[in-house]
Design a protein around this ligand. Sequence first.
Ligand SMILES: Cc1cc2nc3c(=O)[nH]c(=O)nc-3n(C[C@H](O)[C@H](O)[C@H](O)COP(=O)(O)O)c2cc1C
Length: 367
Amino acid sequence: MDKLFTAINVGNYSLAHRIVLAPMTRLRTIQPDDIPSPMMADFYGQRASDGGLVIIEGTSISITARSYLGAASFFHDGQVEGWKAIADAVHAKGGRVFMQLIHGGRQSHVEMTGGVAPVAPSVVPFGGVALTKDGFVPASPHRALELDEIPGIVEDFRIAAQLALDAGYDGVELHGANGYLVDQFIQDGTNKRTDAYGGSVDKRVRFLRESVEALISVWGKDRVGVRISPSGEWGGISDSNPEATFSHVAKVLNDYQIAYLHVIEPRVKGDDTLHDGHPPVACSYLRPHFKRPIIAAGGFNGDGAVAIVNSGDADMVAFGRHFTSNPDLPYRLKHKLPLTPYVRAGFWGGDETHYSNFPTYDAESKR
Ligand SMILES: Cc1cc2nc3c(=O)[nH]c(=O)nc-3n(C[C@H](O)[C@H](O)[C@H](O)COP(=O)(O)O)c2cc1C
């Protein structure tokens, strides 16, 4: 049997296979308070498998951390029951569930942040977008964080991690990818600070370190993961030397002995398209620096996933788009069954259509 379909230990958990649901923002919380909806519990429950790992979509840790209307957040009491129902739905199927915690940083708009300017490590012109009631709109002008504001954001990560623990999750993943706040600190295209949080790569990863420490203070090292996207393009992010920067990140995270490192391969442009023919490269240069499980993501099909796990560059593979339309993706991949094509029109916002109404292979073949 291919290694992809064999068991693996991740932190405290023993997983039955190595296929992971990638975090995907689907904009289906109930407004105006970002209440997790019953259809979200259906969606995640459907994608859970006995002993499989599900990672919940980017979940904002405060009102000022939000980027997209309808996206997930977890910072007030009214959300607790909805988040519990999602964890329960995954557990009912025998799955494990980690919640991805995010601060959007400069990828935001005053309508999403409660009327205040989005924050970032530094002010650097940004042509990206946020999502408001008027649809995708240019992000609002951002401002640089004051030194004394940074501990407050780290504390928001800690509080959200505690909420996830109390709501019955199995762990948390820090969103350090795709040009959001943690990534804005890591990469030198967006971090122009000259204080303790900018300059050398070690100073640029200080915010990452403090955020990871906040999550570990709640969960312990074995139930914390981190997602990164070396050379990713989403969010107007860039670094003068991604390989050196992210190798350092991998070493730092290795020292913390966190549960896993989740790596989005640079062949994903971030706008739902790929650099055609570009092989996965980031995992292979990060592998020597990170000894615990690596989850590879971005542009994988069944054969590619089998290959990267067999090569040893990664230990697990997260699937995004294929998992949207194939709730039983691990089963289909294992038995080489055809995949239902995904429907981009249903990715962001809407009802159950193209979200929680995709049948399993077995249900479809009985029709
Ligand atoms: C609809 C959609 C929403 C996404 N939302 C998130 C998110 O909330 N957090 C994140 O880290 N990545 C997010 N991503 C990126 C995916 O996790 C994944 O890395 C990307 O889709 C590439 O993998 P794939 O080729 O298997 O789809 C999103 C992708 C899609 C298509």
